[in-house]
Design a protein around this ligand. Structure first.
Ligand code: SAM
Ligand code: SF4
Length: 321
C-alpha cells in the first residue's frame, strides 16, 4: 500500500476537507460578527470534484477523512458526499466535526450514509453564554443533537471545547461532568491565534492551567489512547479527557494531515500561508496533475507551524479548522 511520507519522516494519512466556508454560527474565536465574505458557489468544489481528489489521495496513502467547514451540515446533501467517499478504495474512516445545531435533523441520515464518527464542538452549558460565544446559536439544539446521535447509533463521539479566559474557564469541570454523563471523550483546545481575533492573548488559557483545574476534582491517569489527531489523552472517572496544545511544537512533530479547502486549495499546514491550488486539475479531471499537486503539498509541508508569527491569515471556517 502506498504511503505519503514528508521530508521530516511524518506519515501523512489524514485529510481534513472543508465542504463549505459558510456557517450558521459566528463563534467569537472563529469569525467576526458580520461573518466572513462567503466564497461564491461557482468557486466551491462540487462533491464529484471532492470525491475525485479523495480517490487520488487514497491512492497515495490517505486513509482517514474528516469533513469540516464552516459548518458542514449547512451544505445540502453531505450524505451524498459521504456515500461517495465511503466507496473509495483505501478510505478506512470518515468522520465529521460539527457545531451540533443540525444533528437532530441529520443524525439518522448521516449514519445511514456510512459516517463513522462525529465530533461536536461545545464550549458552554449555559444558554446565555452559548448565545454570546456563538452569537446566534441555541444551546438546546446542540443538546438535542447529542440525543439524536446516540439514537442514530453513533459510538465514540467526541466533544471539542475551546477554553477562553473570562468566558468559559469556570465551566471546565461542568463540561467534564457532562461528557462523562453522555459517554463522550472531551478534548480541551487552547485558543489559536487567527487574524480574526487580534486580542487573542486576552482569552488564552494554557492546557497546563486547564489540567490543574481538572486535577482539583479528578484523578488524571495518562493514557496511550491515540486518535487521528494531536490530542494527549488521560483516563478520568471511566472516560477520557484529551488536551490539544496547538501552540506547542510537539503538536507539529506528530502532524499527519493535510487540508483541502472548500474552494480547492491544499493546505500543507494550518498555521502557514502556503497553499496549492488544485481546482483547475479537478475540473480537468486530470488525475496525474492532481497526484503531483498532492505530492508537492506534502513536500512543502513545513516542520512547524508559524501561528505565533503569522496568525493563520484567515478564519478557521475558511481553512477547515
Ligand atoms: N463548524 C464546525 C464546528 O464548529 O465544529 C466545524 C468547523 S470549526 C472551524 C472546527 C473546530 O475549530 C471547532 O471545534 C472550533 O471550536 C475550532 N476553532 C475555531 N476557531 C478556533 C480558534 N481560534 N482556536 C481554537 N479552536 C478553534
Ligand atoms: Fe461556525 Fe464552527 Fe467557526 Fe463556530 S467554530 S463559527 S460553528 S465554523
Amino acid at each position: 500500500m502506498a504511503e505519503l511520507i514528508d521530508k521530516f519522516g511524518r506519515k501523512i494519512n489524514y485529510l481534513r476537507i472543508s465542504v463549505t466556508d459558510r456557517c450558521n454560527f459566528r463563534c467569537i474565536y472563529c469569525m467576526p460578527k458580520e461573518g466572513i465574505e462567503w466564497k461564491p458557489m461557482s468557486e466551491i468544489l462540487s462533491y464529484e470534484e471532492i470525491a475525485l481528489f479523495v480517490k487520488v489521495a487514497a491512492g497515495l496513502g490517505i486513509r482517514k477523512i474528516k469533513l469540516t467547514g464552516g459548518e458542514p451540515l449547512v451544505r445540502k446533501g453531505v450524505e451524498n458526499l459521504i456515500e461517495m467517499l465511503k466507496s473509495i478504495d483505501g478510505i478506512e474512516e470518515i468522520s465529521l466535526t460539527t457545531n451540533g445545531s443540525l444533528l437532530k435533523k441529520y443524525a439518522k441520515s448521516l449514519k445511514e450514509a456510512g459516517l463513522d464518527r462525529i465530533t461536536v464542538s461545545l464550549d458552554t452549558l449555559k444558554a446565555e453564554r452559548f448565545k454570546f460565544i456563538t452569537r446566534m446559536g441555541d444551546l438546546r439544539d446542540v443538546l438535542d443533537g447529542f440525543e439524536a446521535i446516540e439514537d442514530a447509533g453513533f459510538k465514540d463521539t467526541k466533544i471539542n471545547t475551546v477554553v477562553m479566559k473570562g468566558v468559559n474557564d469556570d465551566e471546565i469541570l461542568d463540561l467534564v461532568e457532562f461528557a462523562l454523563k453522555v459517554k463522550c471523550d472531551i478534548r480541551f483546545i487552547e485558543f489559536m491565534p487567527t487574524d480574526i481575533v487580534k486580542d487573542w492573548r486576552r482569552y488564552f488559557i494554557s492546557i497546563s492551567e486547564i489540567k490543574r483545574i481538572i486535577k482539583d476534582k479528578y484523578e488524571l491517569e495518562h493514557s496511550d489512547k491515540k486518535t487521528n489527531g494531536p490530542s494527549d489523552y488521560f483516563k478520568i472517572d471511566g472516560g477520557f479527557v484529551g488536551f490539544i496544545t496547538p501552540l506547542s511544537s510537539a503538536f507539529c512533530s506528530v502532524c499527519n494531515r493535510i487540508r483541502l479547502t472548500s474552494d480547492g486549495f491544499i493546505l500543507p499546514c494550518l498555521g502557514h500561508p502556503d497553499r496549492v491550488g488544485v481546482r483547475e486539475a479537478l475540473k480537468e479531471e486530470n488525475e496525474i496533475k492532481i497526484s503531483k499537486l498532492i505530492k508537492y503539498a506534502v513536500e512543502i509541508k513545513p516542520k512547524e507551524h508559524a501561528l505565533l508569527k503569522e496568525g493563520i491569515h484567515s478564519s478557521m471556517a475558511a481553512v477547515g479548522g
